[in-house]
Design a protein around this ligand. Structure first.
Ligand SMILES: C[S@@+](CC[C@H](N)C(=O)[O-])C[C@H]1O[C@@H](n2cnc3c(N)ncnc32)[C@H](O)[C@@H]1O
Length: 284
């Protein structure tokens, strides 16, 4: 959802001429489809609470969501408990405005008083200390050099409260380091994840989210990101160098058929799966 994504590329434009039938793509809202495809804020709030309870005796109150986009998660945090406060940071005004109107706008006035959305670069922003600082959907992979990633984690560490923790998601496995197109069907549209132009020398990759519709119209791309595909050992080294004292990796548990259960357990050692997702808790 970076600024460049505001250009919808080849996405269908609204039909202007009288009589021309509007396509499903031209009538869809990319933020609504994004939320349906890649976000499950209620589950993530449950996980945040579980992880925090594993490391701290007190309950977290202030959540800061870096790269918050439309602030879906921060709004869910606010709804979960009247004592919660939320701070969302993103440098893209368009996504923040959408979040203000469509997500914050659905909160009660009292709930909305407990949320602050800040338009800023996460490398520069200064906020109240956070009990829990999250960077989800791998957004921090936007930092493509070790130097910039290190700078980010140093700033993140400085913005935590005394009992603060940082929580990240991370994906890996040999399937991650490829160019691919993966399609997932949803009611009324198909979500398409594409990784293109992967350069194994720098780790740089272009990632796209497209939406396809039953009338064959497309939003392509709806979102684009240039990331570096990091490995977990590289990231752990950067986090520790930034000054964090400990890292815990939570691995998703599998059922008898090998399907993920949505339950995560702290592990000392991973498995050689072709594709995996973990959560990483970093302690000051
Ligand atoms: C993949 S979206 C993530 C949205 C949300 N966090 C989620 O979990 O789905 C990435 C967001 O990061 C924002 N972003 C990228 N680099 C940033 C930076 N340096 N500072 C602030 N926001 C940034 C983009 O504007 C975009 O909204």
């Amino acid at each position: 959802m970076a600024k460049k994504d505001r250009k919808k590329g080849k996405a269908d434009k609204p039909a202007k001429k009288a009589g021309k039938k509007a396509t499903l793509a031209s009538q869809a809202d990319r933020h609504v489809l994004y939320e349906k495809s890649v976000q499950s804020p209620e589950d993530e709030i449950d996980l945040i609470r579980q992880f925090y309870a594993n490391h701290r005796k007190v309950k977290p109150r202030v959540l800061r969501e870096d790269f918050c986009g439309t602030a879906t998660l921060t709004c869910e945090w606010i709804k979960a408990n009247p004592k919660h406060r939320g701070i969302g940071v993103d440098f893209d005004r368009e996504v923040l405005d959408w979040g203000r109107e469509n997500n914050v706008g659905k909160l009660t006035a009292k709930q909305a008083d407990r949320i602050e959305l800040i338009e800023a670069d996460v490398l520069k922003v200064e906020t109240d200390p956070a009990d829990i600082l999250v960077a989800f959907n791998f957004s921090y992979w936007t930092f493509q050099t070790r130097e910039r990633m290190l700078a980010y984690f140093r700033r993140a560490l400085a913005s935590l409260s005394d009992d603060g923790l940082m929580l990240l998601d991370f994906y890996g496995g040999p399937d991650a380091f490829t160019e691919c197109v993966e399609k997932t069907k949803h009611e009324g549209f198909t979500y398409v994840w594409e990784q293109a132009n992967y350069d194994p020398l720098s780790g740089s990759v272009d990632c796209f989210i497209h939406f396809h519709f039953p009338d064959r119209s497309k939003m392509e791309p709806a979102f684009s990101y240039r990331w570096r595909l990091w490995t977990l050992p590289e990231l752990r080294d950067v986090i520790m160098e930034a000054g964090f004292s400990d890292i815990t990796v939570y691995w998703e548990q599998a059922d008898d058929e090998g399907e993920g259960t949505g339950e995560y357990e702290a592990v000392e050692k991973g498995e050689a799966d072709p594709a995996w997702i973990v959560y990483v808790v970093a302690e000051p």
